[in-house]
Design a protein around this ligand. Structure first.
Ligand code: IPE
Ligand code: IPE
Ligand code: MG
Length: 264
C-alpha cells in the first residue's frame, strides 16, 4: 500500500468518501507540510457583487476541502493563514464577522475533526482574540491533541515578526534568570520558541489570488519552502488547483544551498 493511502486509511475515521491520489502525483514525493496564504476572498465576493464577508464564508468551504484532500493524500501538516496581526486594520464589521465566523465554524466542525483524527492547533497571539473564541480554541486543541492524523495549524492573529520578537524575548528572559547561556542559543533553540515548535518547516507555500508577497507569514519557517502562487481566488481553490500546486512542487529541484539536486 502506498504511504499516502496507508496514512489516509489510518486517519479516515468514519468519513466514507476517501479521495485517492490523482494520477501524475507521486505519493513518495508529496510535501510533508503545506502552508497556505488563503487570499482573495474579498475579490471573489466583489466579482459577484456580494459583500466581502460572503467571500470569507465561502473561503471556509475551500479550507475544509483542502484539509480533507491533504488528509486523504497523506500530507502530514497543513498550516493556513486565517487572520494576520495586520488584519485588525480592516473595517470593524469585517473583523467582527471574521471572529464570529471562526467561532461558528469551530463549534460546528469540531466533532468531524475529532472523528477524522485531525490534530488542530491555533498559532498566533491568541490572548487578543474574543474570550469565547479563546475558550473554543482551548477546547478544540485539547480534544484533538492525541489525534494521530494530519496536523492542522490555523494561524489566527498571527504575525511572523511578532512571533520572532516573542521568541527573542523568551530567550532573553531565560538568560536574565540565569537559566540559559547565550552561547547555547542556536537555530534549534530559537525555533523551539516559535509557535510552530515541533512542526517541521513547510515544504510548499501556496498563495492564492496572485499576490507575490509573504504578508508577514512564517518568516522564519519558509526559509527554504517552494513557492506556488496561483491566480485562483481562495474560495475557488479546489482539487484541480491543489493538484496543480503539488505537480508544480514535484517538478522542482530543491537544493538547500548545495549544488546537487535533491528530490523533494
Ligand atoms: C483573505 O482574503 C482572508 C483574510 C485576510 C482574512 P481577503 O479578505 O484578503 O481578500 P482580498 O485580498 O481582499 O480579495
Ligand atoms: C494575508 O492576506 C493574510 C491572510 C490571508 C490571513 P492579506 O490580504 O491580509 O495580505 P495583504 O494585505 O494583501 O498583503
Ligand atoms: Mg487579501
Amino acid at each position: 500500500m502506498s504511504r499516502a493511502l496507508a496514512t489516509a486509511r489510518s486517519v479516515q475515521g468514519n468519513r466514507p468518501s476517501l479521495r485517492t491520489l490523482p494520477a501524475g502525483l507521486e505519493a513518495a514525493r508529496l510535501p510533508v507540510h503545506v502552508a497556505v496564504i488563503m487570499d482573495g476572498n474579498g475579490r471573489w465576493a466583489r466579482q459577484r457583487n456580494l459583500p466581502r464577508v460572503m467571500g470569507h464564508r465561502e473561503g471556509v468551504e475551500a479550507l475544509k476541502r483542502t484539509l480533507r484532500l491533504c488528509s486523504d493524500w497523506g500530507i502530514g501538516a497543513l498550516t493556513a493563514y486565517a487572520f494576520s496581526t495586520e488584519n485588525w486594520n480592516r473595517p470593524g464589521e469585517e473583523v467582527s464577522f471574521l471572529m464570529a465566523l471562526f467561532e461558528r465554524v469551530l463549534a460546528l466542525e469540531l466533532a468531524a475533526l475529532e472523528q477524522e483524527q485531525v490534530r488542530i492547533r491555533f498559532l498566533g497571539d491568541l490572548q487578543q482574540l474574543p474570550s469565547g473564541l479563546q475558550e473554543l480554541i482551548a477546547n478544540a486543541e485539547s480534544r484533538t491533541a492525541a489525534n494521530t492524523g494530519i496536523h492542522f495549524n490555523v494561524c489566527t492573529n498571527y504575525g511572523g515578526r511578532r512571533e520572532l520578537v516573542r521568541a527573542a524575548r523568551a530567550l532573553a528572559e531565560q538568560v536574565a534568570r540565569g537559566d540559559l547561556d547565550p552561547a547555547a542559543i542556536d537555530e534549534q533553540a530559537f525555533a523551539a520558541q516559535l509557535h510552530t515548535a515541533g512542526e517541521r518547516d513547510p515544504d510548499l507555500l501556496i498563495r492564492t489570488s496572485g499576490e507575490q508577497r509573504l504578508s508577514n507569514f512564517l518568516l522564519w519557517q519558509l526559509a527554504y519552502a517552494e513557492l506556488h502562487i496561483t491566480d485562483v481566488l481562495w474560495p475557488d481553490f479546489d482539487e484541480p488547483a491543489l493538484v496543480q500546486a503539488l505537480l508544480d512542487y514535484q517538478s522542482r529541484q530543491r537544493r538547500f544551498g548545495g549544488v546537487d539536486s535533491v528530490t523533494p
